[in-house]
Design a protein around this ligand. Structure first.
Ligand SMILES: Cc1ncc(COP(=O)(O)O)c(C=O)c1O
Length: 391
């Protein structure tokens, strides 16, 4: 067999962190261990019945057996616009300011292809969701990392970014509620972001993957609800987390019409749109009574409380996360993120994600997903306690 050399673009891709983590876990499960996997961001609960039923019905309709129209069915784009108006009081033109996509992972990748030339500069959070960097690397653009520090509430300190970088920046990726730090943002922070983007003429890409998941009664604002945000940016919204639809691969980008147009242009070359029945089911998910989303957020909030209380009981004094379904906890003294997460994996069979997988500044932390029952979270804490590290 000939072995063909990879393109330079592929060689530039960073390691796929989550793919690596999964392999060791599978091995332990195969060996018969009872592994509590809190390492990934894969929601554990099923999609609501009414959404599944909408898919089933739509799958029987022959209109959905054909290619769906380029850029998707207008009814889905209209539903997205109504959803944004209803939930975030943001006005969107469904034909010009909404692009449908196969999950936001590919969308975030596409944005770099759409806006960055080789050598261009992109501002990325560190720690951050790893795929921003993948897209930037494939485009052969240059990443400049914005530290997300606990002392700043895990928000970037815009004053500390070099002026020359701000002048050269073409794109800034942001994500609140934040993966991995669980930090949340305020309207004032977005106002500041809009002003900075206007001043330096870069595009803000706000990844709102955990938008619905805020705790203690605090509703998370959309980036687009800041005055002038549509002039300078877009927001990515996925159904994976809020609607337990990670396997369905459905998301959308909304906002700046010129960027949406470019995304749609690229997509016209890459694919026709999503399976029609998925579009029908996604429309069902975001229309009508959304109280089931609040119920899901309550589930995560209860799990958060159980995890934090149980960890306090074993002597690990962690602060409660404010949003997302992750907790971002400093590791005990004397351990690196990797050493600590490996210890938990090998000795307690509890999977957590080592913070350095999200960038250099994730060192010293682990990310724990609230993605199992309250009982299993308690059990995870008990097993960690038995290691005798915290007393
Ligand atoms: C911050 C963030 N953005 C985007 C995604 C991708 O989500 P999807 O491709 O399922 O829409 C994830 C998934 O883990 C995420 O955590």
């Amino acid at each position: 067999m000939s072995v063909f050399e990879q393109s330079e673009a592929i060689k530039r891709l960073p390691d796929q962190f989550f793919a690596k983590l999964g392999k060791r876990v599978q091995q332990l499960v195969k060996e018969g261990h009872d592994v509590i996997n809190l390492g990934q961001g894969n929601p554990d609960l099923p999609t609501s019945d009414h959404i599944v039923k909408a898919l089933q019905e739509a799958a029987e309709d022959p209109i959905n057996h054909k290619y769906s129209p380029f850029q998707g069915f207008p009814y889905f784009r209209k539903a997205v616009a109504s959803f944004y108006k209803r939930v975030y009081d943001v006005d969107l033109n469904p034909d010009e300011e909404v692009a449908l996509m196969f999950g936001s992972k590919i969308g975030l990748f596409e944005v770099s292809q759409c806006l960055l030339n080789p050598g261009d500069l992109a501002l990325l959070p560190n720690p951050g969701y790893p795929d921003y960097l993948s897209g930037v690397a494939l485009a052969n653009a240059h990443p400049v990392f914005m530290p997300l520090l606990e002392k700043n509430g895990f928000l970037p300190d815009y004053g500390s970014i070099a002026q020359s970088d701000l002048e050269k920046a073409k794109v800034m990726f942001l994500n609140y509620p934040n993966n991995p730090t669980a930090g949340v943002a305020t309207r004032e922070f977005y106002d500041e972001t809009v002003a900075l983007a206007k001043q330096h003429n870069f595009c803000v890409v706000h990844d709102f993957a955990y938008g619905a998941i805020g705790f203690d009664g605090v509703k998370q604002p959309s980036f687009l609800s800041s005055e002038g945000a549509k002039d300078v940016g877009i927001e990515m919204y996925t159904l994976s987390k809020t609607y337990n639809m990670a396997g369905w691969r459905v998301a959308f980008a909304v906002g700046n019409a010129s960027v949406i147009k470019t995304i749609n242009l690229l997509q016209d070359h890459l694919f026709t749109s999503l399976f029609g029945a998925i579009q029908a089911a996604a429309t069902e998910a975001i229309s009508g009574d959304l109280s089931y989303v609040d119920e899901l957020v309550d589930v995560y909030e209860r799990r958060r409380n159980v995890l934090v209380e149980s960890l306090h009981e074993i002597g690990w004094k962690v602060a409660a996360p404010k949003g997302t379904f992750f907790a971002w906890f400093p590791v005990p003294e004397g351990y690196t993120s990797k050493q600590f997460s490996e210890l938990l994996l090998e000795k307690a069979h509890v999977v957590v994600a080592a913070g350095d997988g999200f960038g250099k500044l994730g060192e010293g932390y682990v990310r724990i997903g609230l993605l199992d029952t309250e009982e299993r979270l308690r059990e995870a804490a008990r097993r960690i306690g038995e290691l005798g590290i915290f007393k």
